[in-house]
Design a protein around this ligand. Structure first.
Ligand SMILES: [Zn+2]
Length: 335
């Protein structure tokens, strides 16, 4: 049985684990990141965590896979831009290789999470799979015929920045009307706040009695997407209206992917997917309304199963499927 380390580097923490070929975790650990443009300290912490994980098991660790935030040049180990860590055009591979002396494989963190769900998670056994994490934003990772889709410049999967016709909200990317301004945690909160502000102007007394207003405790800035989901269950009409629109647009966005890529399965993950069937059921209905009816309705839409471990486990997959002698990534990552 082979053993590798999977490392998931995030803007606030990095998580790592020693895992075997079946995805079983033998040891895990973490380090704080919260670093701004400090590559040497980031490398030091990564190397330190790798060493700790290596020492915590008897088994020999063969290789390390790393999931890194932001656009990443996987072949050369270069972070093109990582806003969370304030890094731009930096070589991560060379200093890390000098520090740990193990074969290394890199990938953008959304793609490692996609690999995790495809190999050990909800998409196990599926060779055409789309992973859509819905959190602060909305992204997409694609496995096509067992291969991870990267795109010519490593930028494939910008599902969150497709323009929704008629939507006029300004997106963080600078564009207007992106999917992400509606179908993301930030979008859910924005729509709910707009609905509440309208209700407060039109029917101020009734508005005070709404579950959402009471949950916010008088400060709408404190509202979260999770509050909106809970308010839907409490019968809040503003939350229900918001949720309906979010599921409709999410389903519409998923239907584009289903029409274009014909996946066997679409796996929905990220923090918003914690809402479970409250999200998945209406999204399935919306997808059904929007896809072309020539067999696309056979695509299964399911919730992710690995939660926040997907990226770390997928980084392990990357290490397991990388030729440790040449450092070349094998083409077929998913069996
Ligand atoms: Zn955008």
């Amino acid at each position: 049985m082979r053993h590798v380390i999977g490392l998931d580097v995030g803007g606030t923490t990095m998580k790592g684990a020693v895992l075997d070929e079946t995805g079983r975790i033998l040891a895990r650990g973490s380090r704080e990141t919260r670093l701004h443009n400090n590559l040497p300290l980031l490398i030091e912490r990564m190397a330190d965590l790798i060493e700790e994980l290596q020492k915590s098991v008897h088994e020999t660790v063969e290789a390390v896979g790393v999931g890194f935030p932001g656009p990443f040049d996987a072949a050369n180990g270069i972070s093109i831009h990582s806003p969370n860590l304030s890094l731009r055009q930096v070589d991560v591979r060379t200093p890390l290789a000098a520090a740990v002396r193990l074969p290394l494989a890199f990938e953008n963190d959304l793609r490692t999470a996609t690999l995790g769900e495809a190999v050990f998670g909800a998409g196990k056994g599926v060779s055409h799979m789309t992973f859509i994490p819905i959190g602060t934003g909305i992204g997409m990772g694609n496995i096509i015929e067992g291969q991870l889709l990267r795109g010519a410049f490593g930028l494939s999967g910008e599902l969150g920045h497709i323009t929704v016709p008629g939507n006029t909200a300004v997106c963080n990317c600078g564009k207007i009307g992106c999917v992400e301004t509606v179908a993301s945690a930030a979008g859910i909160v924005r729509l709910a706040k707009e609905g509440l502000q309208r209700a407060m102007e039109e029917i101020p007394e009734e508005a005070q009695m709404l579950p959402l207003v009471q949950m916010a405790g008088g400060d709408l800035e404190r509202l979260t997407a999770q509050d909106v989901a809970v308010a839907v269950l409490k019968g809040d009409p503003i939350a229900a209206e918001t949720w309906k629109e979010v599921c409709e647009i999410t389903g519409w966005a998923v239907s584009l992917i289903v029409n274009l890529f014909n996946p066997q399965m679409v796996v929905i993950g990220g923090g918003v997917s914690e809402a479970g069937d409250l999200l998945i059921d209406p999204v399935r209905r919306s997808v059904k309304r929007h896809v072309m009816k020539a067999g696309h309705e056979n695509t299964r839409i399911v919730r992710a199963s690995l939660g926040p471990d997907a990226g770390m486990l997928g980084a392990g997959v990357l290490a397991l499927r990388t030729d440790i002698w040449s450092g070349e990534s094998v083409t077929r990552l998913v069996e």
